[in-house]
Design a binder for this molecule. Structure first.
Ligand SMILES: Nc1ncnc2c1ncn2[C@@H]1O[C@H](COP(=O)(O)OP(=O)(O)OP(=O)(O)O)[C@@H](O)[C@H]1O
Ligand SMILES: [Mg+2]
Length: 366
């Protein structure tokens, strides 16, 4: 349905204040043509405000927005060739599905004769052929969601903006719609910016993700990149639980930092930019990268010769396909996630040996 080549989006030094507080506090984002780009962050961090600035519903206090290379910072919403799906998808209840979808075409003064066929095509794209005469109230939540998508893509936008489009759906439907959305974006090849606070949604759909906090972008990268190499403690913790150690940088050479972990041993990790010997350091490890094995003997909880740590299972939570363990070690708790043993999960009180590969550690900024 998209006739033109996909357009990129450039936002630079974007600022939007409400009263004294900056909802968007200097955002620089560059979305490549055809990319599925997600802005991920906690509630109130400025995601919707950012999307509204891009759409032209809000005017920035300062900064610049370019779509397909053209500066649209001052352009009104209808001049921006944007398809928008709102956080609550906002269908007009008194209009039929077809009228809802045709709305954007009428606004853009598309000739009446063209509207019908385009509405039909858009409904077919979201697998809702034959639903045109129904009212939104006669549709399921997932179907209403697809109408909102059809309404956004029927105008053949340069840019598709989605504000938490799946948040009103139940868990099962959300999964289905997630993969439909991925298929649709792939088929249309349309540059898409999604905002969400749902990590799984962001990771399963996106080429790249920008993690936002308090009006600012903390890190941009491919899902695995930001998950495995979070830039700072906030990003690390927002993307999932981590075990965290403090320590001190011993030396830095060839991009690798040797860090003495407090009370443990030295490890070798990718150095943070600008880090130097003597710096305080924070190192994180995801629970699924902490290996645990039942220990036969029960030595004092310190390090064994092989570098493994001795701890004791303190809490067990079964997730079905995985087991979460909390492990007591030297007066602190560590988290491990593992496949269940065939003989069942390890019991509370079981002595275990803990180990990891330094390659799975990441040094993070405070
Ligand atoms: N029209 C407005 N007037 C005043 N303050 C606003 C307005 N819109 C948003 N804000 C404030 O700006 C901040 C960012 O709001 P925004 O809606 O962009 O957050 P969000 O990341 O989309 O949150 P959520 O995940 O809950 O949708 C919040 O503190 C909010 O209260
Ligand atoms: Mg929002």
């Amino acid at each position: 349905m998209v006739a033109t080549a996909p357009a990129g989006l450039e936002a630079s030094s974007l600022v939007k204040r409400f009263g004294g507080t900056a909802a968007v506090d200097g955002i620089d984002v560059s979305v490549r043509p055809g990319e599925f780009f997600t802005v991920l962050g906690p509630s109130g961090c400025g995601k919707t405000t950012f999307l509204r600035l891009v759409a032209g519903i809000l005017t920035p206090d300062s900064g610049r927005i370019a779509i397909g290379g053209a500066d649209v910072s001052q352009a009104p919403i209808w001049a921006r060739r944007i398809g928008l799906v709102f956080q609550n998808y906002a269908l007009f209840p008194h209009m039929t599905v077809a009228q809802n979808v045709a709305f954007g075409l009428a606004m853009r003064r598309v000739p009446r004769a063209e509207r019908g066929p385009r509405v039909e095509r858009a409904l077919a794209t979201v697998r809702l052929e034959g639903y045109g005469r129904r009212k939104p109230s006669e549709l399921s939540g997932g179907q209403q969601q697809r109408v909102a998508l059809a309404r956004a893509i029927v105008v053949e936008p340069d840019l598709l903006l989605l504000d938490e489009p799946l948040s009103n759906l139940d868990a099962r439907l959300r999964e289905d719609m997630r993969s439909e959305l991925a298929d649709l974006q792939h088929r249309l090849g349309i540059t898409t910016v999604l905002v969400t606070h749902d990590i799984h949604e962001a990771f399963s759909l996106s080429d790249r993700v920008a993690v936002m906090r308090a009006g600012r972008v903390e890190q941009v990268g491919a899902p695995t990149e930001i998950y495995d190499r979070p830039a700072n403690r906030f990003v690390a913790g927002f993307l999932g639980p981590v075990n965290e150690w403090t320590g001190q940088v011993q030396r830095v050479q060839g991009g690798v930092a040797e860090i003495m972990l407090d009370g443990l041993r030295t490890c070798r990790v990718a150095a943070l930019p600008g880090s130097a010997a003597g710096d305080a350091a924070t190192v994180v490890l995801r629970p699924e990268r902490l290996a645990l094995a039942p220990a036969l003997a029960t030595p004092a909880p310190t390090m064994s010769a092989a570098g493994a740590l001795a701890g004791r299972i303190d809490q067990v939570a079964h997730l079905g396909n995985l087991v979460n363990y909390r492990i007591a070690l030297d007066g602190r708790m560590l988290l491990a996630q593992a496949l269940p043993e065939r003989s069942g999960a390890l019991a509370v009180g079981t002595p275990v040996r803990l180990s990891w590969d330094d390659a799975d550690l990441a040094a993070v900024a405070p």
